[in-house]
Structures are given as C-alpha cells and as structure tokens.
Design a protein around this ligand. Structure first.
Ligand SMILES: [Zn+2]
Length: 85
C-alpha cells in the first residue's frame, strides 16, 4: 500500500490507517500516534536489519536465522532504549 496522507495529522505513517474488519475498507485511524516516535522506531528497525545482515551475511541454516534474529532484537532493543530515554 502506498503511503496515504492522514486527514488530521497530515503524516504518511502506516499507523494512521487500518482496514476496517466490518467492511474491508482502509480508513484513517484516530490521530493518537506520535509521528516522531514512529519515525525513530522505523529508523531503528531499518538500521537493525542492516547490522544483522552485516553480522550474518549468508544465512543458510536455521542457526544462521536464529543468530540473525538475536542480533536484530538486540540492536532494536538498544536503539529503542536510547529513543525512549
Ligand atoms: Zn504519523
């Protein structure tokens, strides 16, 4: 789904929209999310993917996926602690 501009917040965060299970239509959510926090979180996730890919570049075994996940989670946690501080 391409980014939609929220009618109240004016942002393009994916958190601003959700599919209504009643009719299946994607609708704007109440303007309750923090755009700056969402950006920092998304940046942290993207950075953690890069770092995990660098640490475990060639995933062929389940153990490689497990190692990648451990690094990814650690990096996201470290960055989000800094974001929340
Ligand atoms: Zn937003």
């Amino acid at each position: 789904m391409s980014a939609l501009r929220h009618p109240v917040l004016g942002c393009e965060c994916s958190e601003g929209w959700a599919r209504d299970p009643a009719d299946g239509v994607v609708k704007p959510m109440p303007p309750v999310h923090d755009c700056a926090y969402i950006k920092r979180r998304n940046d942290a996730v993207s950075r953690a993917v890069v770092l995990a890919n660098e640490a475990v570049p060639d995933r062929k075994k389940d153990a490689d996926d497990e190692a990648w996940t451990v690094i990814f989670q650690r990096e996201v946690n470290d960055m989000m602690v800094k974001v929340a501080a």
